[in-house]
Design a protein around this ligand. Structure first.
Ligand code: AMP
Length: 419
């Protein structure tokens, strides 16, 4: 019987890891520059946390939760479909609201959604995202959106489109729901069955349905932002002014509402034309009601998440440098193998990446292995080297080799690697 990865999941092979690390390091550097600190929460949480935060009418809760079966007990836990709810849970659980008030946090890691897998849509994918909790200010909304743009720029991604909108306060949302119902009721039979069922439960979900036919109907909608009260209108204008101040291009899209219940005020999405049907690189928004909803005092908050796999798809296709093992130790015969094994341990203790073959092979084959690993130096140890206690050191880039005493070899290798 042959096992394969579960549907909608992927192995990330060693040859892909350098690129993943490079993206993660670039993001971490950028997020650190803006004062965001990393937080790690469990990969599963109580299902009720997600139901409460994301809303029962959201696609995630109604169709995509991957529940964790615990032996003999009812399923109470779900693999996390996103991190915002868990981070607000942690913010409250550890009293960060009282100790720090306002926090800037970021996270990286796998998320799980039982979606129908297709290009760009996985069941296990990765997010890199931020949450700034404890403040409502258009300056912060602008910072978050600017940060998202700067992350993409730092990754060398260009040609993306930033769309934003404001859902306003609760009253505005109710007004918007009414406007939407009015504009869509005649078109309802043309929407998918899910959307038809959602019309009464949560009209906003029709706007971010992933079905192509529904997306086309929504694209034709012509809404104004008249549903915003003066205060929320001013807030949204203030966010836009700050983006203009920094010359960040954006468009306002009145049909952008985002798929989750917790969003209020500013929402945004960044898409890339090269990604095909699943073109969202990342998205986010303000969620001023969530802290209270999860049992804290009312506090404003905002965040975003990028899909890691989609960042990789949108990045310029530069080949990452293969990981380099600095030293390969090639040995012939058992005594040489023992000396080589000791040297290997010493090199690694000295912080020099090194490896050796554990099967008997000719020097020629071992040198080929070293070449495949892109090794800088090879130490050759045979009977002669053991007898003289002089190891042969070969420089793989120049092909030159010389004898170095066993006592001096580590120092010599360290010197050459530092060059
Ligand atoms: P969301 O929380 O759905 O707004 O997700 C934020 C970002 O994560 C999206 O813009 C995508 O880039 C990515 N993403 C969401 N769902 C998936 C998925 N099933 N597979 C791959 N990437 C995803």
């Amino acid at each position: 019987m042959k096992f394969t990865t579960p549907r909608g999941t992927k192995d990330i092979l060693p040859e892909e890891i350098p690129l993943w690390n490079q993206v993660e390091e670039t993001c971490r550097r950028q997020l650190g520059l803006y004062g965001y600190r990393e937080i790690r929460t469990p990969l599963f949480e109580e299902s009720a946390l997600f139901v409460r935060s994301l809303g029962t009418a959201s696609d995630i809760v109604s169709k995509q939760m991957l529940n964790v079966a615990t032996a003999g007990k009812e399923e109470r836990y779900s693999l996390r479909p996103e991190a915002t709810a868990a981070i607000v849970r942690a913010y409250l659980e550890h009293n960060l609201d009282k100790k720090e008030g306002f926090v800037r946090l970021f996270y990286v890691g796998p998320m799980f959604r039982g979606e129908r897998p297709q290009k760009g849509r996985l069941r296990q994918f990765h997010h890199i995202g931020v949450e700034a909790i404890g403040l409502t200010s258009p300056w912060l909304d602008a910072e978050i959106i600017i940060l998202a743009v700067r992350v993409l720029e730092a990754l060398g991604i260009s040609g993306f489109n930033l769309k934003m909108n404001s859902l306003g306060c609760e009253k505005d949302e109710a007004r918007l729901a009414q406007v939407l119902k009015e504009s869509l009721k005649d078109k309802l039979p043309e929407f998918c069955a899910d959307c038809q069922a959602r019309f009464d439960k949560n009209i906003f979900r029709l706007l971010d349905c992933k079905e192509n036919s529904c997306r086309q109907l929504v694209a034709k909608l012509n809404l104004t932002d008249k549903y915003l009260c003066p205060e929320c209108g001013d807030y949204f204008n203030a966010v836009q002014e700050k983006l203009k101040l920094l010359k960040i291009p954006f468009t306002v899209s009145n049909t952008l509402v985002r798929g989750l219940d917790y969003y209020t005020h500013t929402v945004f999405e960044i898409s890339h034309p090269d990604l095909g049907a699943q073109d969202a690189l990342g998205a986010g928004g303000r969620y001023d009601n969530l802290v209270k909803e999860l049992g804290g005092e009312a506090k404003g908050a905002m965040g975003f998440a990028f899909g890691f796999e989609r960042l990789l798809l949108a990045m310029p296709k530069a080949k990452p440098q293969p990981a380099q093992t600095a030293v390969f130790i090639a040995c012939l015969g058992e005594p040489a193998q023992q000396s080589g094994f000791l040297l290997l341990d010493d090199l690694r203790k000295n912080g020099i990446s090194s490896t050796m073959a554990y099967t008997p092979l000719s020097f020629k084959s071992q040198l080929r292995q070293a070449d495949d690993l892109n090794t800088k130096l090879v130490v050759l140890i045979g009977d002669e080297e053991i007898r003289d206690q002089q190891f042969t050191l070969k420089d793989m880039s120049t092909g030159t080799q010389e004898k170095i005493s066993a006592q001096a070899i580590i120092e010599e290798i360290a010197k050459r690697i530092a060059k």
